[in-house]
Design a protein around this ligand. Structure first.
Ligand code: MLT
Length: 324
């Protein structure tokens, strides 16, 4: 029976190191089959997942020997944390290890929208040389609105400042004297003010029952018709039909989505719109970020299985279970 079960694609040097200490089984497609997952997890002491495996109450009940669930990333919406906590299972994760990569792709997509890079590329490859068509706008002097001012929001704010942008931030859990606000020079404002004043709105909200469909028709209607909208956080926080409608009617100027309500998404109107950039949830997928993420979770799995405390945990640092 394995010590560690991995139900998605994960690799790298830190994993090799974990394998030298423990019996590790990798089943990269196991996340697709919840019944098989419940079966395989029954004997293992650690489960490592990305965002596709649903670690439900049923999975946790089936996992009678489990000590730790390690999430190779920051988002925790695929893990039933109350159920893990009730079971005494440590939930470890990588809360900041990929934040730089997400901030960098956000700036990349924003530049792509402002300068229409994907469309210009497609046109040129097709033999075009449409210099008058692909006029863009500068970021310099524009206002970026960051909704959800955590680690990633802060890193984007710092990068936007380097481009000469003003930064507005909305986050009910952040105070004006917090170091991220002071250091970035962001102006904390109400959501309505942010939507009305921003030339680009970047969403950094987690997916919770309260944030589902947060960006809806009413909120898109409050934005400038020249504004861009970015979502590299979680797909569920955006009403995609409302977004497609706002883009089609010219209520906003463009959108960049790295995440979708359902992943992989079904074909949608968004695919047909020229002023949309779509990427397949890859903001965290750089060599450097993945090395840090995998190292953090493998280290914490080894910590917990070795009777030591996890460094990055959501509920507790050591198991509170009498499981074998
Ligand atoms: C994260 O939550 O860290 C990123 O969205 C990447 C991922 O889901 O694995």
């Amino acid at each position: 029976m394995p010590d560690v079960l991995i139900s998605e694609h994960i690799g790298g040097a830190a994993l090799d190191e974990l394998r030298s200490q423990f019996d590790v089984v990798i089943e990269p497609d196991l996340w697709r089959d919840p019944v098989a997952l419940q079966d395989r997890v029954a004997d293992c002491r650690a489960l490592i997942v990305r965002n596709q495996t649903r670690v439900t109450r049923e999975v946790l009940v089936a996992a009678g020997r489990l000590l730790v669930v390690a999430r190779a990333g920051a988002g925790l919406d695929n893990i039933d944390i109350p159920a893990a906590t009730e079971a005494g299972v440590v939930v470890a994760y990588a809360p900041e290890q990929n934040a730089i990569s997400v901030a960098e792709l956000s700036m990349g997509i924003l530049l792509g929208l402002a300068r229409r890079i994907p469309s210009a590329d497609r046109s040129t490859r097709a033999g075009g040389w449409e210099r008058q068509v692909f006029t863009g706008v500068e970021l310099y002097g524009k206002t970026l609105g960051v909704v959800g001012f955590g680690r990633i929001g802060f890193l984007i704010a710092m990068r936007a400042r380097a481009f000469g942008m003003r930064v507005l931030a909305y986050d009910p859990y952040v105070s004006p004297d917090s170091v991220t606000v002071v250091e970035s020079g962001a102006e904390l404002v109400t959501l309505d003010e942010l939507l009305a004043r921003s030339d680009a709105v970047s969403c950094h909200l987690p997916s919770t029952p309260e944030t589902r469909g947060f960006f809806d028709a009413r909120r898109f209607a409050m934005m400038k018709s020249t504004a861009f909208f970015l979502n590299l956080a979680r797909g569920e926080v955006v009403d995609e039909d409302a977004l497609a409608d706002a883009l089609r009617r010219g209520r906003i100027a463009g959108a960049g989505l790295d995440v979708r309500a359902v992943e992989p998404p079904a074909p949608s109107d968004l695919n047909e719109l020229e002023n949309v950039i779509l990427t397949p949830h890859v903001a965290a997928f750089t060599d450097e970020a993945q090395e840090r993420v995998i190292a953090a979770v493998c280290r914490d799995v080894a910590n917990v299985l070795g009777g030591r405390r996890a460094a990055y945990f959501v509920n507790f640092a050591a198991p509170r279970t009498t499981r074998a």
